[in-house]
Unconditional design. Structure first.
Length: 181
């Protein structure tokens, strides 16, 4: 066996994605964000180093840190547009520093805002977590022209349920369905 050759390091095309190799960096608490979850210079250096070391894309987040929802990467109380996109500034800064695709995550709920972010080249990709737990089919609905705001209210009950081993589901949606029967 030629140890200099491995499928792990070969470029691949999977569906429409061109990959340089078969590695991704798993979501990892890096402890670099400040106590409010804002991107710091230390974090900028980390992401720049990751980009320079050959990663195909970066998701700008803070890892599982902070306290009581508000200080974490999955913050609560997001019912207004002004509270969407909490990693926007940090993401924009890092995007300016690196030449690999950057993914923005964190309370993105409104198509118009996501479109603006991509148009202004503040990120290359939009990353969603809780909206897809509440509405797994939302991307197809948006594609078909139903551009409603994601119904997820960022209460984090899905995360708490997961921690209590109740499985991954949206408790708000379950309750809504129960009362609408
Ligand atoms: C149920 C649940 C599980 C999550 N698990 C992880 C995890 O294991 N590692 C991680 O870095 N982030 C995790 N996250 C955070 C998400 O990846 C995402 O960064 C965060 O929820 C903000 O995006 P959103 O507003 O679209 O939900 C989790 C979030 C939820 C709701
Ligand atoms: S339980 Fe539902 S509404 Fe609450 S954060 Fe999770 S997906 Fe969103």
């Amino acid at each position: 066996m030629d140890i200099t050759k491995s499928i792990l390091f070969e470029p691949a095309k999977i569906k429409n994605n061109h990959l340089r190799d078969r590695f991704v960096r798993s979501a990892t608490y890096d402890g670099c964000a400040d106590k409010n979850g804002h991107v710091t210079e230390k974090q900028m250096d980390l992401y720049t180093a990751l980009a320079e070391s050959g990663f195909d894309a970066l998701e700008i987040s803070q890892g599982l840190g902070g306290l009581n929802g508000e200080g974490t990467e999955f913050r609560t109380k997001i019912n207004v547009l002004a509270r969407e996109a909490y990693f926007r500034n940090g993401c924009r800064q890092i995007k300016n520093q690196v030449d690999v695709p950057v993914m923005m995550v964190g309370r993105l709920r409104t198509c118009e805002l996501m479109e603006e972010i991509i148009q202004k080249k503040e990120a290359d990709l939009i990353s969603l977590s809780r909206p897809l737990i509440r509405e797994p089919g939302i991307i197809n609905e948006w594609k078909r022209g139903d551009r409603h705001r994601a119904k997820c209210i960022s209460c984090n009950h899905c995360f708490e349920g997961l921690m209590k081993r109740k499985g991954l589901r949206c408790f708000q949606e379950e309750r809504r369905q129960r009362y609408s029967q």
